[in-house]
Design a protein around this ligand. Sequence first.
Ligand code: GLN
Length: 487
Amino acid sequence: MHLHDLTIKNFHQGLLKKEFSALEITQAFFDWIEKRDWETGAYLSLSKDLAVRQAEAVDIKIAKNEPVGVIAGIPLAFKDNILIEGRPATAGSKILKDYTASYDATVIKKLKKAGTVFLGKTNCDEFAMGSSTENSAYKLTRNPHDLSRVPGGSSGGSAAAVAAHMAIAALGSDTGGSIRQPAAFCGVVGLKPTYGAVSRFGLIAMASSLDQIGPFTKTVEDAAILFKEIAGYDSMDSASSPLSNNYGDELVNPRLEDIRKLKIGVPEEYWVAGLDKEVAENVERATKDLQSLKAEVKKISLPHTKYALSCYYIIMPAEVSSNLERFDGIRYGTRQGAENLLELYKRNREAGFGAEPKRRILLGTFVLSSGYYDAYYAKAQRVRRLIRQDFDEAFKEVDVILTPVTPTPPFKFGEKVADPLAMYLSDIFTVPVNLAGLPAISIPVRQGSNVSGQISSNLPIGFQLIGKHLREADILGLGQYYEKLYL
Ligand code: GLN
């Protein structure tokens, strides 16, 4: 079997049939990374020693005919803001250049226990702030479909690693779109789980009321498998939901009769000026495909959508400014010599943070400062409630909401990086979901079915399915049947 064809599902089957060993596949991935990653730039660090040990452990179990789980031996990549004990975790920032994680994130603990193989850590925008991975303090990551274009962000390295077959799957984090947008740009599947479904313990915090960890995979089925493994209640995360222990088999084995009952809403507010024609056509094409499954599609309204981006760019920086306080040059950061404590903080933060975190710390402290708090932060919280209520109302009528993921196809390097507002606009269709805490998935629009005719597009384009709170099963189920149309 070729690396390009490997999914979680067929890897597991091949492993059990002894078509290959976990170690052979692991070696093959490292060979491929060595050969290709100089041009893609997906990885920041590799963990070959760890991966080899993990793969060998799986192979020993198989040789002894001991049972192994469905993700045992799967080679994975991790965004560099997720902690793995004894490994670097830079979060794409210079301030964490020499930092080594002292404990495992909860998702890492779960995946170690399940026997997965850790290939390495992937590039991202600094502290997950950005939509192109150009804000990484380390390097550029290129879109494997067109090297002159960005992979999206902030989890661009994870998306590119999966798209370029340098991992079977990967984890990223999504605060305002950082899983779904790069997934759409790189032509892979990306799931942002319900807020509280996957533990954030051991994720370097960006904006705590919005952050979620989720999977990048090649198929929706794989996303369901991996999500099921990482979800669940964790007492180490104060926002963790006990209900996240209740996800069942329907995630991975949806029934067509259930999927056909789903009503899909298409919100008129997402078809805005500025939506690229090719994106619109592709999303309409996916809509027709879903209709062919006999799911009902109807128009809905989410009236406060137009305030979501401004609301996000107040609440998120407010939380960023407090989460980034800890990088003071004492516990973290390369300590710069200074006369006194204040000077030490200032020098260290000045030298360690790039422009985007600084911009957001400034914005965040401003919107929280006395005199402006009510006008900005408190008001944004009220708007957040309205956005959430829009979804509550819509979900009385429909089960799933279908939208574009991004207003444009993947853009070129340098196109937006000098203009923060242009960059922020890339998040227009993804941030409402984080503000409402809902699950959403980005699925590549497939080409070549005869259901709805061909639209030629060389660049990947995704569509988004948004589900009710804790109803990942609906969006994953619908997505799995969408993919079956193309098998
Ligand atoms: N691109 C968005 C931002 O810059 C989202 C980031 C994220 O989800 N981590 O804030």
